[in-house]
Design a protein. Structure first.
Ligand code: CDP
Length: 259
């Protein structure tokens, strides 16, 4: 393993733990790029459906994903707080967020060849610099050297309640028990697939969010980020300590880093 990448924050966790909402807000607060890897798996499912490819055909879906331009753009008022997703210029932001797409995507994400292609795209985006990146395998596979790794979770019941609210806001009216069942099924698929199953990296901080609001979680993540990116308490060069004591106030911002 190389040196920890101080300015990369990896957030993993099961379906409905609130990762994408808090990751996006955290990235906004810090001025970092937000990379929603789940959206890339969803976009690959969309590509397979659009091209009438069997959802088990890993080779064909991987080739399609590899040859397509999957773009993530910042959320705006048209996208209900979700990042906007485009494939070869066509916007698919809303289509990929339905309950059906969630269920199909858990299957696509189990295909090793698709993962290889998407992981490479994710690393390419992350190379641009400061980022918050969320998914299932970020701390374990995609960016094992991230400077801060968080495993965000909540009980299945809490996650089903959150998903119900979210879908209701999109005009869907799913039954709670059906959602709970779907959450448990997705957990099972995500945790038991052969390639890159969902698991907590040994050095990830676990945050159980059952009794926390979104803002509570974002605050806690900001605190963790500050803590993780503090300069070493015992610098080798004592004069460096003086410099740090005067210059270190807050998390470095993306702008500061580029200057
Ligand atoms: O928002 P939600 O947690 O429901 O799902 P998502 O993050 O959009 O991810 C959709 C699906 O993609 C998940 O059920 C996973 O099966 C898969 N996924 C993955 O395998 N690896 C990732 N890094 C991100 C998502």
């Amino acid at each position: 393993m190389g040196h920890p990448q101080a300015l990369q924050i990896a957030i993993d966790g099961p379906a409905g733990a609130g990762k994408s909402t808090v990751a996006r807000k955290l990235a906004d607060h810090l001025g970092y790029l937000y990379i929603d890897t789940g959206a890339m798996y969803r976009a690959s499912t969309w590509l397979a459906l659009k091209n009438d490819i069997a959802l088990t055909d890993g080779d064909a879906i991987a080739a399609l994903a590899s040859n397509s331009n999957i773009q993530l753009k910042p959320a705006d008022e048209s996208s209900d707080g979700k990042i906007r997703v485009f494939v070869d210029g066509q916007e698919i932001t809303h289509e990929i967020r339905t309950q059906r797409m969630s269920e199909l995507t858990a299957g696509i994400a189990a295909l090793g060849k698709v993962r290889v292609v998407l992981v490479e795209k994710q690393r390419e985006l992350a190379r641009e610099g400061f980022c918050v990146i969320d998914g299932r395998d970020i701390g374990t596979v995609v960016m094992p050297d991230a400077g801060l790794k968080v495993f965000l979770t909540a009980s299945p019941e809490e996650r089903a309640r959150r998903r119900q609210k979210e879908l209701a806001a999109q005009g869907e009216t799913p039954d709670f028990e059906a959602l709970l069942k779907a959450i448990n099924e997705r957990d099972y698929l995500d945790c038991n697939r052969a390639v890159s199953p969902l698991m907590r990296a040994v050095d990830a901080v676990e945050l159980i969010t059952d009794n926390m609001t979104i803002d509570d979680v974002v605050l806690e993540l900001e605190r963790l980020a500050k803590e993780a990116f503090q300069p070493s308490p015992e610098p080798v060069n004592p004069r460096a300590q003086e410099r740090e004591a005067t210059s270190y106030q807050e998390m470095p911002s993306a702008q500061e880093a580029s200057t």
